[in-house]
Design a protein around this ligand. Structure first.
Ligand SMILES: Cc1ncc(COP(=O)(O)O)c(C=O)c1O
Length: 383
């Protein structure tokens, strides 16, 4: 990691990798210094289609020419079309879509809906979960209060459930609980699959007490597991799914997918946004889904993920966790050291809150040849 030059006008809040990206193509990054880097990090899980996919670029261009922006007060076909396509892609019966702009904003709205619907004041989240930097999303993010939260108090009570103890759901989710929010496969928490037993236990308990179950699929959704969402991957349907990151492939867009139980409570003015549902954002989301489906990218994610699991436990890697293309390579040495050694060999990977997990979030177009390059590089790094 390096710091920016002193004359930078950018807020100095991000640790920086030592590469300046000039352009990207597919799964490749081209650095200003001439290096060509194989990207297993995907702009932090955003570039699901890779860089510069021609049909995604064409969709944005087309929409920009036709209508760049229009308020939600004016009906637009692209908004409707993208919502229908997203609901169908998910296939979960969560058929009402509300468009917003970022992961945190989607979670903020999901939590707010849960409070409104239930009239209760408490939430349950999972240890090691990450939900964003706004007041409500930060409140349900594990460790935020101690590290960066900053607001004088959280807006509601939060209890954190150990992520490997489904039985604790019975005890911690009670009749004062408005919402339970969970990433089916945790991203920042180390590409950790929370697992079907935990999700089922939360579903059962939310049903029993009338709480709203929210799956934060900002990172693990939109095909990253090789299924449309973590909900499909584990066969557990929540009341609300939030999606972002790969949804726009780099154009900012996020969404809430709502069950009939939640949707029927909505009245005009209950939620709002200026930029959410903007036509270019919707065109981006529509193109992403069209490309995932027409290029059979979910099948590719499943196949190449299996190949990573079977070939990349080598060198400093002792095991693999996670799902699809949200994978955590468990490392015998600090993951940051392995990350640096890989970058010296022109391979970009991510880390996580777990210091012994290297995170892979590649584009869905990654192939086995690319994985062979990761394997070869790992095999040269001492354990
Ligand atoms: C699971 C999850 N939820 C929410 C967020 C917040 O998304 P955003 O940064 O778009 O607000 C993130 C971001 O990394 C995330 O991984």
């Amino acid at each position: 990691m390096v710091s920016r030059p002193l004359q930078s006008h950018l807020a100095q809040v991000f640790a920086q990798y030592p590469i300046e990206v000039a352009h990207g193509e597919g799964v490749w990054l081209y650095a200003r210094d001439g290096r060509k880097i194989l990207d297993f990090y995907g702009g932090h899980a955003v570039a699901g289609l890779g860089y510069g996919h021609p049909r995604w670029v064409a969709a944005l261009e087309r929409q920009a020419r036709q209508m760049t922006f229009q308020t939600n007060a004016l009906p637009m076909a692209i908004r409707e079309r993208a919502a229908a396509r997203l609901a169908k892609f998910a296939g979960l019966g969560l058929d009402t879509v509300f468009w917003v702009n970022s992961g945190a904003e989607a979670n903020e709205n999901a939590l707010r809906l849960a409070f409104k619907i239930t009239g209760r004041g408490k939430t349950v989240a999972l240890e090691h979960g990450w939900h964003g930097r706004t007041a409500a999303a930060g409140a349900v993010t594990w460790g935020a209060l101690e590290k960066w939260y900053g607001f004088p108090r959280t807006p509601f009570d939060v209890k954190f459930l150990p992520r490997d103890q489904p039985a604790a759901a019975q005890r911690m989710v009670d009749r004062d609980t408005a919402a339970v929010i969970v990433e089916p496969i945790q991203g920042m928490g180390g590409a950790y699959d929370v697992g079907k037993p935990m999700l089922q236990a939360l579903r059962r308990r939310c049903d029993a007490v009338g709480a709203v179950l929210i799956f934060d699929e900002v990172q693990c959704g939109m095909g990253r597991t090789g299924a449309p969402f973590g909900a499909n991957y584990h066969g557990v349907v929540p009341d609300v799914v939030t999606a972002a990151k790969a949804l726009g492939n780099g154009f900012p867009v996020s969404a809430l997918l709502l069950s009939p139980r939640v949707a029927r409570e909505l009245k005009v003015d209950d939620m709002g946004t200026t930029f959410g549902g903007g036509p270019i954002a919707c065109a981006a989301a529509e193109a992403v889904i069209e490309i995932i489906e027409s290029e059979s990218l979910l099948a590719n994610v499943r196949q190449v993920s299996t190949y990573i699991r079977s070939t990349c436990v080598i060198g400093p890697v002792t095991g693999v966790q996670g799902a699809g293309f949200l994978l955590g390579l468990k490392t015998s040495r600090p993951a940051k050291e392995v990350q640096s050694a890989l970058l010296e060999r022109n391979i970009l990977t991510g880390t996580s809150a777990d210091p012994a997990v290297l995170r892979l979030l590649p584009a869905y177009i990654l192939n086995e040849g690319h994985v062979d390059q990761l394997h070869d590089a790992l095999s040269k790094i001492p354990a």
